[in-house]
Design a protein around this ligand. Structure first.
Ligand code: UDP
Length: 326
């Protein structure tokens, strides 16, 4: 018997956020297609979902245009999450990151625009660059440093993706929604690509030094992954979100030094907190963002978004997850 189940495609669905999104959409009874080349995504992230007959996994790159076109044409919704992951990847592989973000997105958007299939584009808080006006509002300027500093390639490429999605929306009638995701944390996130929370938790639990880069006065706001994923789903189906950009994240700010102290306390760890110069961590030309905080009033007004899980609760869940893995 034919079913009317909605078919959704998640590019990068074996990644940290993508796998949580896949889980949530399956719970909602949708048929979920994941395309991921497993370069930074991991099959273990979705292995607990693979007995669900509504999950289909395709191991391939989004740069495979024919494959993407065929897949997208059968979908009711596309969540485009596949991209270069983490500051470390972008600094170490700038060319690959830049091309994947721009070409990959072009392929996905072009394929979706043929049948006007709704696309939610996952962008990033990196697009604000080093703008020092806080908190960041969606219409604020994007401020980048020299092209000789590889970090800016990430924000530039995702910024290019945003322009492309808006242009497809305006000129080709593609229903596209853009979300600028701020720092997200939760189980399955790995520290391998530089992300601070899994790194600190891992260091604290194994008794190694907790490595704060710079002086630790830089601040971030960390959102729990389930809050973010629910927001993506709500935005993707809201007609007033089309052609719009939304910040998604938490507005609870913490310095990285205080984050290190909190992780040390919550894990009851004997680890020392050490300060590592940026040049040692990322090389000479590296520049960090001092502060990063989203204004989340726009998404709050449209879908009633407010982060539910506090930083402390999130850290406890992540610590339990790391302990259970041992
Ligand atoms: N960071 C740190 N120690 C680490 C990894 C990261 O102090 O082992 C810092 C990093 O320099 C930045 C903050 O933590 O100031 C958040 O880094 P992450 O890579 O998680 O996210 P982003 O820089 O994209 O906000």
């Amino acid at each position: 018997m034919a079913t009317n189940k909605r078919k959704v495609l998640i590019t990068g669905g074996a990644g940290f956020i993508g796998s949580h999104l896949a889980e949530k959409l399956l719970q909602k009874g949708e048929e979920v297609f994941v395309i991921d080349n497993l370069s930074t995504g991991r099959i273990e992230n979705i292995s607990h979902l693979r007995k669900n007959r509504n999950l289909h996994f395709i191991k391939d790159t989004i740069l495979n245009k024919k494959r993407v076109e065929r897949l997208v044409s059968r979908m009711s919704q596309v969540y485009h999450l596949a991209a270069a992951v983490g500051v470390k990847t972008v600094v170490e592989k700038p060319l690959e990151s830049f091309l994947l973000n721009l070409r990959g997105t072009e392929i996905v958007l072009e394929a979706a625009s043929k049948k006007k299939i709704p696309v939610l584009l996952a962008s990033t808080s990196e697009v604000y660059g080093k703008n020092s006006k806080l908190p960041f509002k969606e219409e604020d300027d994007r401020v980048y440093g020299s092209a000789l500093q590889s970090r800016w390639g990430y924000g530039m490429s995702k910024g290019g993706d945003e322009f492309m999605a808006l242009a497809y929306c305006r000129e080709k009638g593609l229903p596209a929604v853009i979300v600028r995701i701020f720092n997200v944390i939760g189980p399955r996130q790995t520290g391998v690509y530089g992300m601070v929370v899994p790194r600190f938790v891992d260091q604290a639990l194994s008794g190694n030094s907790i490595t704060v880069y710079g002086n630790g006065f830089q601040t971030r706001c960390f959102a729990y992954v389930s809050d973010v994923v629910e927001a993506l789903i709500a935005l993707s189906s809201h007609h007033k979100a089309i052609g719009q950009i939304f910040n998604v994240g938490s507005d609870e700010e913490i310095s990285i030094k205080d984050l290190a102290k909190t992780v040390k306390i919550l894990t009851a760890s004997p680890s020392r907190i050490t300060f590592v110069p940026y040049s040692k961590a990322y090389g000479q030309d590296f520049v960090d963002m001092e502060h990063r905080k989203p204004d989340i009033s726009k998404i709050g007004k449209l879908i009633g978004y407010r982060p539910k899980v506090s930083l402390e609760e999130s850290l406890k869940i992540i610590i339990n997850y790391f302990n259970a893995k041992k």
